[in-house]
Design a protein around this ligand. Structure first.
Ligand code: ATP
Length: 514
């Protein structure tokens, strides 16, 4: 199946099974805003819990906070967001569609890469075992031609972005490369303009006028402005970290690809405060720790890669993304940045207050350096759903859709089903559920045939189902069905908790990280 179709199916599956709904749907929706349904919220909460516990339980030098979404507007001046949190946008006059100029150019670079990869794949097929890819790439005339064009474009683009960006040059690149609007197919482009991504609103209603405040575009600044409060009240010693999960808002120009790019989303960020000069060692450590966290979910190591940044933000001295293989290619899920002492120094400058750390070990005060790990909950959700979604051909010729979610993340851990709706079986099933519901999330289901009920649970990723039948009333045993293997075993009711609890707990998943 084409990857595009897989993605479409995933989006409709998310809606059909109560994971994600378009916001305000009965009013035709609101661009790039989504709501999570009854299963989505459970999965999302489990992802957040997995992250939170991996930070604050497994590291005794990391604590959490929950700062407000509204903050003093000067914070965003200090952080650089008022002046520089911009995307270069361009409109097509014919389709009236708006694009990010940088994205149009990056897509063009990707097209050259695609052409090169196609040539390589064609040759690999033709020459079989004898194929030497390295040699082919360095000698084939067509590949070299594409590569030269790609490199020249990349160089020109990087220079334009580094120069401010140079908006005229970005436009010129789009014209020179003959990039057309995918909707109208024309090259009738406007000028490129800078567009600030922050949402603003007004606070208060005094006679002097209200104050313009912003909806935070990242949670990190709430950590920076509280770091000394936490350090002092928690008697934290450097190195230490502060973790936070919360909403962030960005008025994205091009919001597509479902929950990959939203205007209201959630971030899980951890800022790790270190001694100046040690930051690159910590950067390396956090890169490894975070990748291990992703890989522990068991989707396969080939689903992840690092993308080290060549072009660094003005405040960073190292940066990498952890990319995940989505149905539309490798995409950033998490950013790990060595942010130097930029943010803390800026807040010191703009607030006029000293926020230096006194290091008792060297008897000196300094502004700590910061390593940030920043991951979007919604992007993580999308990566988990896309890796878990699976259409399987069964021996009897039927197809089943199954979400092979890691058990610890699954919204429902166990479905309890009476074989029939009579003879005391529903009562027995309820009794089992009433006992187990304190340990993990259970769902009771008595409607339709057992086969249909299994399919419904497969579609939401429930790792276990138990069926209560007439025999159960005599021997107190049930049929336990495994989602992935579809194997059914007969087990005593008294053992269900022992068998299941451990396998579906976040604690077990966390233990694999140690
Ligand atoms: P992108 O380049 O995709 O716009 P970014 O580099 O601006 O992302 P960061 O500012 O580093 O992203 O934010 C950290 C994380 O927050 C990202 O890795 C992503 O998971 C998430 N994120 C950022 N913007 C959005 C958005 N509009 N919708 C959903 N998640 C987002």
């Amino acid at each position: 199946m084409a990857q595009e179709d897989v993605f479409k199916k995933l989006v409709s599956h998310c809606k059909e099974y109560g994971f994600v709904f378009p916001s305000s749907e009965i009013y035709d929706g609101l661009g790039a805003v989504y709501d999570y349904g009854q299963n989505g919220v459970e999965l999302k909460n489990n992802i957040k819990q997995y992250w939170w516990q991996s930070m604050v339980l497994l590291h005794d030098n990391i604590v959490g906070i929950d700062s407000a979404i509204f903050m003093h507007p000067t914070i965003w001046k200090a952080s650089g967001h008022v002046d520089a949190f911009n995307d270069p946008l361009i409109d097509n006059r014919d389709s009236k569609k708006r694009y990010r100029a940088d994205v149009l150019i990056e897509d063009q670079i990707a097209k050259y890469d695609e052409k090169i990869n196609k040539e390589v794949a064609k040759a690999a097929k033709k020459y079989g075992e004898a194929f030497n890819e390295q040699e082919f790439r360095s000698t084939n005339a067509r590949v070299l031609e594409h590569q030269a064009k790609r490199d020249a474009l990349h160089e020109r683009y990087t220079q334009a972005m580094n120069a401010g960006p140079d908006l005229n040059e970005l436009r010129q690149i789009i014209l020179d490369e003959e990039i057309v609007c995918p909707i109208s197919g024309t090259k009738n482009w406007t000028e490129v303009r800078q567009f600030n991504l922050m949402f603003s609103t007004e606070m208060g209603s005094t006679a002097d006028g209200a104050m313009k405040v912003y909806l935070r575009p990242e949670t990190a600044q709430g950590i920076f402005v509280n770091y000394l409060n936490v350090q002092k009240t928690g008697r934290m010693k450097i190195p230490f970290g502060i973790a936070q999960i919360g909403k962030a808002f960005r008025n994205e120009i091009v919001a597509r690809q479902f929950i990959f790019r939203m205007r209201e989303f959630e971030q899980m960020e951890m800022q790790f405060f270190v001694k100046p000069g040690t930051e690159l060692d910590w950067f390396k450590k956090w890169k490894e720790i975070r990748l291990r966290w992703h890989k522990a979910l068991g989707f396969g190591d080939d689903h992840y890669r690092y993308h080290d940044h060549e072009k660094l933000a003005h405040y960073a001295n190292a940066a990498t993304d952890i990319e995940f293989l989505m149905p539309f290619g490798f995409k950033e899920v998490e950013g790990i940045h060595s942010r130097t002492n930029f943010d803390l120094s800026q807040h010191e400058k703009f607030s006029g207050k000293s926020i230096k750390y006194f290091d008792p070990e060297i008897n000196e005060s300094y502004t700590p350096y910061v390593i940030e790990t920043s991951i979007g909950v919604d992007r993580m959700f999308l990566s988990v759903m896309s890796a878990a979604y699976c259409e399987e051909k069964l021996e009897n010729g039927e197809t089943r859709v199954v979400l092979k979610l890691p058990a610890a993340l699954a919204p429902v851990k166990l479905a309890v089903m009476p074989l029939v709706k009579k003879d005391g079986l529903p009562e027995k099933a309820r009794e089992i559920m009433n006992d187990l519901k304190f340990h993990f999330h259970c769902q009771y289901d008595e409607k339709d045939s057992i086969g249909k009920r299994y399919r419904r649970q497969d579609a939401i990723g429930t790792p276990y189902c138990v069926t209560v039948d007439h025999q159960t009333l005599e021997d107190n045993c049930v049929t336990l069905r495994n989602r992935d293997t579809m194997e059914q075993t007969r087990v005593p009711v008294a053992e269900l908790n022992n068998i299941i609890a451990d396998k579906v707990s976040i604690t077990s998943l966390l233990k694999t990280l140690q």
